[in-house]
Design a protein around this ligand. Structure first.
Ligand SMILES: C[S@@+](CC[C@H](N)C(=O)[O-])C[C@H]1O[C@@H](n2cnc3c(N)ncnc32)[C@H](O)[C@@H]1O
Length: 228
């Protein structure tokens, strides 16, 4: 294994251990009482989906967004869940079978190398993109694959700007198991995400959530080839 493989291997191992109980433990994520469901709903709304649309859920984990997406795309739509961790996808597969969703498919892939289906109507990523070192490239690849008018939305945690230390700790709790908080805090991946979304998409919007501990970034693929 090379030096560069190690962080990713650690991440996969962490999520393999978390997968079985993720649906329960994620309710405490990143802290008990955190308005995660409200944030997910806001992110799904930002996609402007319609019945029959195709949506990619990037780094879908166990598929906690699938029900919300199903409600809007309906049985005539399509959901493609992509994730790096086999055990998280196995839980997502259980969810698909339990609910009898025949329009949801899963892809075991690294976001960085994923070949987005051309002409997809929307791409969503929740609580994952700041863990992807190549997040800017992933946003660019996704933007190029969107149909004209298609929407990209990224919801994730961040370190708040000017807030008490306790809130800052809340915002960084998520990365504790697999990455140094100092590294994540210093790297500030949400800034790279913001810049990439701004460059690649039209109608860019950036909304800070829950005292700046999370953000929702969204934008639209323009009708031109550059996306803007
Ligand atoms: C905190 S979980 C979030 C899962 C889901 N999106 C949710 O909202 O519950 C982060 C997920 O990102 C996935 N992930 C991290 N890096 C990835 C990458 N480079 N490519 C694809 N998935 C990745 C992990 O395997 C894990 O399932």
């Amino acid at each position: 294994m090379t030096q560069t493989d190690r962080p990713q291997e650690r991440l996969i191992e962490t999520y393999r251990k978390k997968a079985k109980h993720y649906d329960v433990t994620s309710r405490l994520y990143p802290a008990p009482g955190y308005p995660q469901r409200a944030q997910r709903l806001q992110a799904v709304r930002a996609l402007g989906l319609r019945p029959g649309d195709t949506v990619v859920d990037m780094a879908c984990g166990t598929g906690l967004n699938f029900r919300l997406l199903e409600r809007v795309v309906g049985p005539g739509g399509r959901i493609v869940g992509v994730d790096l961790t086999d055990a998280m996808l196995a839980r997502a597969q259980d969810r698909i079978q339990t609910n009898g969703w025949s329009n949801v498919s899963l892809v075991h892939a690294d976001a960085a190398g994923f070949d987005f289906p051309a002409g997809v109507n929307a791409i969503l990523s929740t609580y994952a993109m700041t863990q992807v070192p190549e997040c800017a490239e992933v946003i660019a690849h996704g933007a190029q694959a969107l149909s004209g008018g298609g929407r990209w939305a990224v919801l994730d945690l961040k370190v708040p700007g000017h807030t008490p230390k306790l809130i800052t700790q809340l915002g960084t709790a998520i990365v504790r198991p697999f990455a140094g908080i100092d590294e994540w805090t210093m790297r500030r991946p949400w800034e790279a995400i913001r810049t990439a979304m701004q460059e690649e998409l039209a109608d860019f919007s950036w909304t800070e959530l829950f005292f700046g501990t999370a953000f929702l970034a969204a934008g639209t693929r323009g009708s031109g080839t550059s996306g803007v």
